[in-house]
Ligand binder design. Sequence first.
Ligand SMILES: Nc1ncnc2c1ncn2[C@@H]1O[C@H](COP(=O)(O)OP(=O)(O)O)[C@@H](O)[C@H]1O
Ligand SMILES: [Mg+2]
Length: 354
Amino acid sequence: MAATNDAQMWVRDDEHVWKTAPADGDDQHKLNPSLETDMTSLWYLHEPGILHNLKGRYAETEPYTYVAHLLVAVNPLRPIPMPPMQSVRDAASLSGVDPHPYAIAESAYRALLLPKAVAQSQSIVVSGESGAGKTESTKIIMRYLAWRAGAGASEAPASSSFNDRVVQSNPILESLGNAKTQRNHNSSRFGKFIKLAFAPAPAGTAPLLEGGRIDTYLLEKSRLAYQCTGERNFHIFYEMLAGAAPSQHDEWHFGKRTAADFHYLNTSGCLSVAEHDDAAEYANLGARSTRWARHPPSSRSSSAASPRASTSVISAASRRPPRPKSPPAPRPRTPSPSPIRALSPRRRRCSGSR
Ligand SMILES: Nc1ncnc2c1ncn2[C@@H]1O[C@H](COP(=O)(O)OP(=O)(O)O)[C@@H](O)[C@H]1O
Ligand SMILES: [Mg+2]
């Protein structure tokens, strides 16, 4: 197959990494004729072809692209329209659905609907560099699963339905475990393993969300006492100082002090974050915590439902059920795990920050 643009090829470039130029020299790759939603369909599968495909789709407001069952997400860095959840749920075949975290979540959920003999627990792995969009992608998946597996779950933020409360655990975790770093204004400073449990459903009905459990580990404790220039301590301190009522300030002996008056908050030169309204977040946090206290998710299930923060190191693999010795269970058609690979649209210079 000849290059489609006469003798134009991808060639290495010091500034742009790859650029198109007349064919010349050794290190060059053929151009692909079109952008593809699944990059296994690219005519030529090489680094410049993949990067060009992702860039082209991103420019068309399509930050998600498949590589077979793997979803590559380029951080859109701005709110983008979501497809209706119903359209993904009702799709006869997910191969016809545009690449999206909803489709990954639906694929995992459909695997739970398989006959008992072949159904098995599903894992969705979300990985990527700091600021790539892992946390946001995870929340999109959780929202979808909570909606999909919830009778009557709503997308309204103020709803107190069981499924919504599972999703609303995220802002609480983020206040206590996220901070502004040089790479991300809302960087998770801990690892997270989220387990959602679905109740076995009678034939003809879909499994309901039974409970959830979030294990946290590797919380970055050094951040409490020291932050690099331009970074912040955990959000919660600034939120309490900005949003708590005067009576709470008195109770906590804050007096009239602000974040600027506290040594552990004022040494990095960064007290506020444009994208993070501390007072509003504190108000939301209070509302959510109250709903949790009144209706803890464990009210539906006693064993799997109680979210518990811990600093123990765990991995998804260590929590998998033991494999059956014989005979081995047939594999479901939907692959497990379903990985999401999140990419940041540009590499930033700072290193050492998650
Ligand atoms: N799907 C998305 N839609 C809109 N903005 C996003 C999305 N994913 C990420 N972002 C933006 O990028 C920032 C960093 O994303 P985040 O998920 O916190 O990264 P990570 O967890 O990989 O470090 C978010 O605070 C948000 O502003
Ligand atoms: Mg994160």
